[in-house]
Write a protein that binds this ligand. Structure first.
Ligand code: FES
Length: 192
């Protein structure tokens, strides 16, 4: 029986292998850079949006709430008191539009406001604006505050001025605030 002639060795795949695997590695790396870049871009964009919108720079526990309109707020130097309503939630139930606090709004210009939390920073009573004295007064221990919220009496028991809140005018007329309460009895404003 005649011997079969030896077949030539075929090395096609072997000669292409390093190039293909290099290309695959390159494509994998390029894809991971693209995905990583996209993931990194999301917080960066969010950060820019937060930087540009003051009401988005929110503290934990704050509520962004529409209070009134500029049309309804006379520019006569008298602060107006508003209740703040928001949805409250416990473990099981949502209580829609429940009272969560109150603020004073003072219009100080065309689109400028001073927004103060009514809670006295001494021990948490609600201050009142006394028209004939042109100041805020706390009924509990007689702290007094100017219309800008600053402490008036140098012997005031309150450790700090009234707590000022951020606001924003939306759609040219709507008054929105970031509502927050702060810890009583502290020198600094510590959100609760
Ligand atoms: S709670 Fe306002 S002065 Fe004490």
């Amino acid at each position: 029986m005649a011997e079969e002639p030896a077949k030539p060795e075929v090395k096609v795949a072997a000669s292409n292998e390093p190039k293909n695997s290099e290309r695959r590695d390159f494509l994998k790396q390029a894809a991971s850079v693209a995905v990583g870049g996209a993931i990194g871009a999301v917080p960066a964009c969010a950060g820019i949006a937060v930087y540009l919108d003051p009401l988005r720079r929110k503290s934990a526990g704050s509520l962004t709430v529409k209070i009134t309109t500029l049309d309804a707020l006379p520019n006569d130097g008298v602060p107006r008191k508003f209740s703040v309503f928001a949805d409250k939630k416990d473990a099981w139930t949502t209580f829609p539009m429940s009272p969560v606090g109150a603020i004073y709004l003072l219009r100080t210009g065309e689109k400028k406001l001073k927004v103060l939390n009514v809670v006295c920073p001494h021990a948490g009573c609600f201050v009142d604006f006394v028209l004939d004295r042109d100041e805020y007064s706390c009924p509990c221990h007689d702290s007094t505050f100017g219309k800008d919220g600053s402490i008036r009496d140098k012997h005031s028991p309150s450790p700090r001025a009234l707590d000022e809140l951020k606001y924003e005018i939306r759609n040219d007329n709507e008054v929105w605030i970031e509502f927050l309460n702060f810890r009583a009895g502290e020198h600094d404003m510590i959100p609760v």
